[in-house]
Each structure stands twice: as C-alpha cells, then as structure tokens.
Design a protein around this ligand. Structure first.
Ligand code: F6P
Length: 752
C-alpha cells in the first residue's frame, strides 16, 4: 500500500497542476473560436438582409425595417440588432443595444473581428457590418450576439476536463502500480533465482550468451552480501536465541520443515500403576535438540522405547510434544526385541561406543548385530521418506546409531540437505580400522551434506580416516570430502545448551536449594557438597571420581565429615555386561569408601542410582559448592554447561576433565586428568577452598561463553553452512546441465 501511494500521490499532484495551468488556456482558445464563428454568422446575417434592408431604407420604411430587425433577434443567440444611418441619429433597434454602442461612435466597433463586451447579462459580441448600394454607403447594421452560452459551455468543459483528468490519473496510477509491482516481484524473483543459480545458467535462458555468466556470478555475490546483512552476526555481540534461529531458517532455507532423527526420544511415556507418566531421558542429545525443535517445529523421528509409548500415539504413530504445549511432532518407530538388541545394545553400544571412546573397553563386533544395524537404519530411512513433504527436506541425523542413514536418505531424496552430527569422539584411523564394516560406515556418513563433530581434533581424525580408508578426495583447506561425485563438509560445531535456561529450572532460589538438598541428605547447613550428574557409563570416570574423594579425605582429614559428593547416576544400557559390571563396581567402591569413613558425621559419597528429572538435577546444581565432571573421554559433556547455566548467583566451582570437549571451551574450570588421582584430589581441595571473588570471576567468564555459544548458535551455524552448500550444489548442477547442453549441441549450431 505504501508503495502504491508513493506512485499515486505524486501522479495526482502533477495532473492537478497540469489541469490548473491548462484550463485558462482552453477557455481562451474556445472563446476565440466562438467569437470567430459568431462573427461569420454576423456576416452571413448582414449579407442575407442586405438587399431588403437597403430597399426599406431607401423607401424610408422604418416600421418594416424594425420588423426585419426583430425577425433577426428571434434567434436565441441574438441579443440585439440595430440599424445606424449615416447621420449618426439614434439607431433603429430590436432588443437592447449595450449603452456603449452608439451610432455616433461606431468606428471603435468596426473591423474584421467583432468586439466582446462584458455586461450584467454575460459576455456580448458586437459586430458592425456596412450596408452599401453601388459602392455608396447606406449606413451600418449592428448585430449583438449573446455569448453567455460560452460561459456555460466553458464551465461544463471544465467539469468534463476535470473528470477526465481524475479518471485518467486513476487509470495511469493503477497501471503504474500494477506494472511496478509486477516488475519488482519479477526482479526480486529473478535475483533470487540468480542467487540460487537458476537463471542465466539455464541453457534455455542463455543458449548462446556464456558472456553473461561472469555477470551472473558477480550479481550472486553481491546479493549474498546484501542478504548476509540480514543474517545475525556474532561480531555484533548479539546472543543467539530461538528468534535468530527462526530468522536463519526463514532466510537461508526458505522456511523448510526440519526432520530430526535420533535413537533416543525426547519424551518417554511409562506406565506407573494405572496412570501414564511422561519422562525426559538423561541425554545430552535430547537436552540440546529439544529447544531447537520447539523453535523450528517439524518432526522428530525416534525409537519409541517407553512401555506406554504405543498407547498415546495416533494412527500414524505420531504425538504432539511437549505434552504441555505441543510445538512439534514426535514420530515413534517401533523396534522388535531382536532389532533393539542387535542395533542399539549390540552394534551401536558394544561396537561403536567403545570403538570411539578411549575408555579401555574392548569393542565387540558381531555380524548379527551389524545386520540389525543395517535393517534399523533402513527402517528409519523409510520413515524419513514417509514424513518428508518436500523433495529437498532438511534432515538432522543424530549420532552413531545412524551412520548408514545419510546415504540411504540421499539415494531416495537426492536433493535433501542432510546434516549429520556425531555426538561422540571420532577415533584415530588406526583405532577405527579394526571395525569390520569401516568402509560401509564411512560411505553411509558421506551421504551427508555436512558432518559435524564437537572438536577440530575429531574432524581431523575423521578426515584422516576417510583418506586412509576410501578412494575419496580430501581437501584439507576447506575441510571437505569429495566422494561419489558429491561434496560433504566436515566441520566443528561445539554443541551446547539452551540459554537462558528454562525459567522453571531456576525458579527456586539458590539459598532454598542449598537448604533443601542438605536437609534431604541429613547434612549440616554449611556442609560442603560436590555434585556429579552422569549416566552410569564407564566413560564418565565415576570410579576415578570416588577414588579422588577418598584420596582427598586421606590427605586432607579436615574434610572428613564436612564434605560429601552427591552422585546422581542415571542407569543406562543395563542389559550390556560392561554397564552392569560398571554399575556394580561403582556401587561397591562407594560402599567401601563410606565404610572406611563410617565414623564421620556424614558419608563422603551419596550415590543415587536412579533417574532424576531436570528439575531435581538443577536443584543439585544450585545447591552444590562444586560440580565434578571427570569423563575419561567425552565428545562435549553438557553437564558442565548446565552447571554453569544454573549458577545465576555466580558461585560454585567446576572441576572438569581435560578429556571432554567442554574443557576446550571452559578453561576457567579447574581442569584435571581423571587418571591422576592425586591431582584430582588436590583439585577438589582447591575447589572447596576457592575464595568467593575467584569463584565469581571464573563463573562470569564461563557463563558469558555458554550464553554466547548456546545451542541456538550450534544449530544456526550448521543450518547457515548447510544452506550455503545447498546453494552451491544447485549452482553446480545448473553449470553441469548448461555444459551438457552445450556439448550435446551439433558443432554446426555452435558459434565459430
Ligand atoms: O553421548 C552420546 C549419546 O548418544 C548422547 O548423544 C546421549 O546423550 C547419550 O549418549 C544417551 O545415551 P542413550 O540414548 O543410549 O541413553
């Protein structure tokens, strides 16, 4: 509308000014035309009555002359007609002669053209015609025409001209706006198409104009620069939020729907007696992706592992989540016991998990597990195809459960943008080489447009592995792998958490959390508390943590009875021997240490091996003096970031293993080697003794990092990069098509 007004208003103003200037000219012109016409008419009348008038004058028959004059004035345009003799005596007149017209002074009215007089009646035209007999003058005939009709006509003309101009203005404005809109839209579409490489490179558009291609390229670059102005820029100091992520989706990927695939589902329905409860699993992957899906909506495809999951889905195995305010669809995939055992427990968690983590647990590879892994990947690929409404969906494939999925999706949906994120470390080429299906795994992963890892080190390992295992071209400058005539980008995207943390998780004050947690565990109000929050996984270094607590109490007895580590440990992968044994070992070590210090006022370790919902976990984070993360190997570790996000009081100390991805981002934590029990014990002591000022300084730095590098940035960066690749791929396709068309043209048709 604003655009239309911009065209219409000036146009109407110009037309009005034009009308204002032109109308007096039109009036003048028409008046002159009428004067000439009436003058000719006067000559005609004079010629017609000439003869009879002369005879009557010579016969001095004044009465008859008056009758002739009266007949003349019967014409509606005639105002008066008169005869003036040569003597200058008053006229014989029919009608009223204007006072200025006197027979004695007719000279001023003689001439070729009549004279226009103004009168109360309106304008009058006075024409004087001589009466002549054989060359001798007999007097003059004075004819006065009533010109008031000219004024009426002029007013009518003005009205019509006004309507005409208004109508014309409206039509011209409308046409201008329509044409402007069409051309703007066409221009915009053209530019966008150009940006995507869809114009000027299409053979039909430029069959013989290869000279335009450089211009097209320059224009694309220019437009990309302009568009990138709208893109959120980190250097501008903004914080990534759901809103910026939505902007990225809208601008870079034209609002495409997002499909996420992971093994673990974000909400699990479990039966509790007669009712059904919703649980949120202990999973870093879920913690990170759930807020992304809430922002982007779309569909999350995952294994339905809860015993009440089937009871709550619709006919298409879908359910809207989060349960309290559904914002996206969860599509559940059902696995048979055999499939779950071979794919999840077997190949993924007894094979790939220990293969990728340096935790000194031997990987087990069974052909039967591999077969189930392939089968389940196929099942999920089919689900992606079923759920996708577009030919080029954005698919976010998560983790080591789905290494084959990208290729399977690519085979059916070649235009899909597939972003695969590997949430665990990638081992070095020698370590990976022991996997019997290494080539199949790499081939599957290279079906992705983008492959993400938490650290550059893992990206390097992956690229080295591809270089060693496949016939692929690895570009170490751009970190891309060219394989099977397609390009995959390999990039570091350190995962993170939602910022700010959900308000309900930090609603209870730190003071209240401190008091309640200590009361719950029968500890004094000023008892020193450290917290550990992990899945009961052998990679998490929980045994090492307990031994460090024991060493601390041995070396610093002042902490005995005054310090407790509360270990929140979520049982996980319980059917796997290594996990069951680990659980048993951890429980036994805690019991042994507590037994050693059983005379103390409080136990050194409180082990809570049950699932905790996020609200309880955050209560522990806020209540603790120290948070301990001592993984032996961890892709990132989001517990460390959650602890930092939970401490809006800027208190608390993080003790963090150097073998986590997080250690690269949070150097203000006390960094430890979990294998070095003495160093670990000293770190615990230093953390417990750290002055408040130092705690605040470190916590502030860590909080600003997590705020800036939050999970919306993680997803946003991946989507921006994937969109860039998507545009590049399209452009290359056009170029290929264009070249193919050129090549297939008969030589004679090509310009010499
Ligand atoms: O850390 C790897 C990972 O798959 C995470 O992505 C996830 O948070 C965690 O393991 C959970 O494991 P599971 O789904 O097997 O319980």
């Amino acid at each position: 509308m604003r655009l239309s007004l911009r065209f219409i208003v000036p146009l109407l103003l110009v037309l009005a000014a034009f009308a204002y200037a032109v109308l007096p000219l039109v009036d003048d012109l028409t008046l002159r035309w009428f004067v000439r016409d009436l003058d000719i008419r006067s000559t005609l009348i004079a010629n017609t009555v000439q003869e009879s008038a002369r005879e009557l004058i010579q016969a001095d028959d004044r009465a008859a002359l008056l009758r002739v004059l009266k007949r003349i004035t019967e014409d509606e345009r005639m105002y008066a007609a008169a005869y003036c003799g040569l003597s200058g005596a008053p006229a014989i007149s029919a009608g009223t002669l204007p006072a200025v017209v006197q027979c004695s002074s007719l000279e001023s009215f003689t001439g070729e053209v009549g004279h226009v007089l103004t009168s109360a009646h309106g304008p009058l035209l006075v024409s004087v015609r001589p009466l002549v007999t054989d060359g001798t003058p007999d007097g003059s005939l004075v004819l006065v025409h009533d010109m008031s009709f000219v004024t009426r006509r002029s007013q009518e003309t003005r009205r019509y001209v006004f309507y005409l101009l208004v109508g014309l203005g409206g039509i011209v404005a409308l046409l201008t706006v329509v044409i402007a809109q069409l051309s703007w839209r066409g221009w915009e579409q053209g530019m966008r198409a150009l940006l995507r490489g869809e114009m000027l490179l299409r053979p039909s558009d430029t069959p013989d104009m290869p000279e335009f291609r450089p211009i097209a390229r320059d224009l694309r670059e220019l437009i990309r620069d302009i568009e990138s102005e709208h893109r959120p820029r980190e250097e501008d100091g903004f914080t990534w939020s759901p809103e910026t992520l939505r902007t990225v989706l809208h601008h870079e990927l034209r609002g495409q729907e997002v499909i996420v695939v992971s093994n673990r589902e974000p909400y699990i329905h479990v039966r509790q007696g007669d009712s059904i409860e919703v649980r949120r699993p202990a999973s870093g992957l879920v913690t990170a992706l759930e807020p992304i899906m809430r922002t982007c909506s779309g569909t999350w495809i995952a294994h339905g592992s809860g015993n009440a999951d089937r009871a709550v889905v619709d006919r298409k195995d879908r359910i809207g989540v989060p349960p309290e305010a559904p914002g996206y669809q969860l599509r559940r995939i059902w696995l048979t016991a055999e499939e779950e055992s071979g794919y999840y427990y077997g190949f993924a968690n007894e094979g790939l998990w220990p293969l990728c983590h340096i935790a000194h647990v031997r990987p087990t590879f069974r052909t039967s597990d591999w077969e189930q892994y392939v089968r389940v990947n196929r099942k999920f690929a089919q689900a992606v195809v079923d759920e996708s409404t577009a030919r080029d969906p954005i698919v976010l494939v998560q983790d080591y459960h789905f290494a084959l999925l990208p290729r399977m999706i690519r085979n059916v949906l070649p235009a899909a943008t597939i972003i695969t994120f590997w949430h665990i470390p990638w081992p070095n080429p020698e370590a990976f080489a022991i996997c019997p299906w290494r080539e199949e795994l790499l081939d599957g992963l290279l079906g992705s447009s983008t492959l993400g890892f938490h650290t550059q080190f893992h990206c390097n390992n992956f690229v080295d592995t591809v270089d060693r295992q496949l016939e692929a071209r690895v570009d170490r400058e751009t970190f891309t792998v060219s394989y099977r005539r397609a390009l995959s980008a390999v990039k570091r995207y350190p995962i993170s958490i939602e910022w700010p943390p959900p308000p309900d998780l930090v609603a209870k004050s730190v003071a209240q959390c401190r008091a309640e947690i200590r009361a719950r565990h029968h500890l004094d109000r000023d008892h020193a508390v450290a917290v550990g929050v992990d899945r009961l996984d052998y990679t998490k270094g929980i045994e090492e943590r307990f031994r460090a607590v024991e060493r601390l109490l041995d070396r610093r007895p002042e902490w005995v009875g005054r310090f407790t580590l509360v270990q929140v440990a979520a049982p996980t992968r319980g059917t796997i021997d290594d996990y069951r044994h680990y659980h048993e070992r951890v429980t036994a070590i805690a019991a042994r240490i507590n037994e050693r210090f059983s005379r103390a006022a409080a136990p050194p370790i409180i082990l809570r091996s049950v699932h905790h919902e996020p609200e309880e976990v955050y209560e522990y984070y806020r209540a603790a003096d120290v948070c301990v993360v001592s993984s032996l190997h961890d892709g990132m570790n989001l517990v460390s970031k959650e602890f930092v996000a939970a401490r809006d009081d800027e208190r608390g100390v993080l003790v963090l293993s150097q073998f986590t991805g997080a250690a690269r981002e949070l150097p203000e934590a006390i960094i430890i080697n979990p294998y070095d029990v003495d160093e670990f014990a000293s770190a615990l002591h230093a953390a417990l003794k750290m002055p408040e000022r130092e705690q605040r300084a470190r916590m502030r730095l860590m909080r600003s990092l997590v705020r800036e590098f939050n999970v919306f940035r993680w997803a946003g960066r991946m989507l921006i990069d994937a969109a860039g690749m998507r545009n590049r791929d399209r452009l290359l396709d056009r170029v290929k098509t264009s070249n193919a068309a050129d090549a297939s043209e008969p030589a004679s048709a090509r310009p010499a």
